[in-house]
Design a protein around this ligand. Structure first.
Ligand SMILES: [Zn+2]
Length: 380
């Protein structure tokens, strides 16, 4: 009887050990990815040819203790922004019945970081929006939208960290965290990162009739010991995977301001409304310095802008490292080239053009996941 128990115990231990092999291998893949990301960052060359815009990096869609779903403090958020060298943070507090959480949250300059104070609001039909100052609305969680009234919003959150995190198998995540989180706190997300195919399709369709800025949401709640909640606040995993500092490293909005313009609240809101911004999954490499511009013989425009089709209308993409550059026209792949850091091409057709950039040199873990998603240039 005793020896039977012993055998069962041995079998259990052997199975447990075997079950850990994939996680050890995933940790090994992260180690290789880490080396590749470091090499990539050391190879960065910010393109010399200047388009007259300066790149400011920040995060959008952040919650504090105010809206009830989080216990994150203002100090934690400010320190996390500083540790990430962010220049701005867009707060989007959940609403409360008896007080104005947008009025109470961080706003203006704090510790050298510009804060915008907004809310995350729900419509009667359950559709959710990020409401920024000046009544600028961004459609949040577009995959859940019942009626995407594109005309009433300025932007669409095509990527959201929590929406992505909801796809993670909690058991897999549990062992990944045990094996890899200490060494690779943000890189671990590379195991789960997904291109937001459906939302990109929705956005492409909407762009046929409207101008619409794409943003990415960190949806950071950072609850000590709770964390990884889904968008409705339900806890998915009882391990902290998203302290603000880690969340702010995953994905960022890079906002482009004209060279002589200081970063302040009106300038930031203007840039977001105009689509003068792009999404960078900066945990795979610093995307600062990416540009997507257009020019004809009369004017020069950047992402978010409209330009008229004339003779000599050209698009130009510049990336700080060698990449795979995919140019879309009206939602379909138009150019797809690898191993280049710049692409210039003459345009002969009107349409909505946008860019995705990939880093195949980082290995198969992330080769098909976008590093940069630009805003469109509308060739009219
Ligand atoms: Zn949220």
């Amino acid at each position: 009887m005793r020896s039977k128990k012993f055998i069962l115990l041995v079998v259990f231990l052997v199975l447990l050990l075997l079950s850990q092999i994939p996680f050890a291998y995933r940790r090994y893949k992260l180690r290789r990815l880490n080396a590749a990301v470091q090499q990539l960052n050391s190879q960065r060359v910010v393109p010399e040819r200047h388009n007259g815009f300066v790149d400011y990096k920040g995060v959008v869609h952040v919650h504090s203790f105010l809206g009830g779903h989080s216990s994150g403090t203002f100090s934690e958020i400010i320190s996390a922004a500083q540790a990430n060298q962010l220049q701005f943070v867009v707060m989007t507090e959940h609403t409360e019945k008896d007080f104005d959480t947008a009025a109470m949250t961080l706003s203006g300059m704090h510790g050298g970081v510009l804060f915008l104070n907004g809310n995350e609001v729900s419509a009667a039909n359950g559709d959710r929006f990020l409401a920024l100052p000046r009544e600028i609305l961004i459609a949040a969680y577009p995959e859940e939208f019942k009626s995407l009234e594109i005309t009433s919003v300025e932007g669409i959150e095509i990527y959201n960290v929590f929406t992505n995190a909801k796809q993670i198998n909690p058991v897999v995540a549990f062992f990944d965290v045990l094996w890899s989180r200490r060494s690779y706190p943000e890189l671990i997300f590379a195991l789960y990162l997904q291109r937001p195919d459906e939302n990109l399709k929705k956005w492409d369709q909407a762009l046929a009739t409207s101008r619409l800025t794409a943003t990415a949401g960190n949806d950071a709640h950072a609850n000590i010991g709770v964390s990884l909640k889904d968008s409705s606040g339900k806890t998915l995993l009882g391990i902290q995977l998203d302290p603000y500092e880690t969340s702010f490293r995953l994905v960022r909005l890079h906002v482009l301001l004209e060279q002589d313009k200081p970063l302040d609240t009106p300038a930031l809101l203007d840039a977001i409304t105009a689509g003068h911004c792009f999404i960078g999954f900066d945990f795979l490499g610093d995307s600062s310095g990416f540009s997507f511009d257009a020019e004809n013989n009369e004017e020069r425009k950047t992402q978010g802008d409209e330009i008229f089709l004339k003779n000599e209308t050209r698009l130009r993409v510049q990336v700080p490292v060698s990449s795979r550059i995919v140019l879309f026209k009206d939602g379909a792949v138009f150019v797809d080239e690898s191993g280049i850091s710049a692409k210039e091409l003459a345009i002969t057709e009107r349409g909505v053009y946008r860019v995705e950039v990939y880093l195949p040199q980082l290995g198969n873990l992330v080769a098909t996941k976008p590093w940069i998603i630009s805003n469109p240039i509308y060739v009219r």
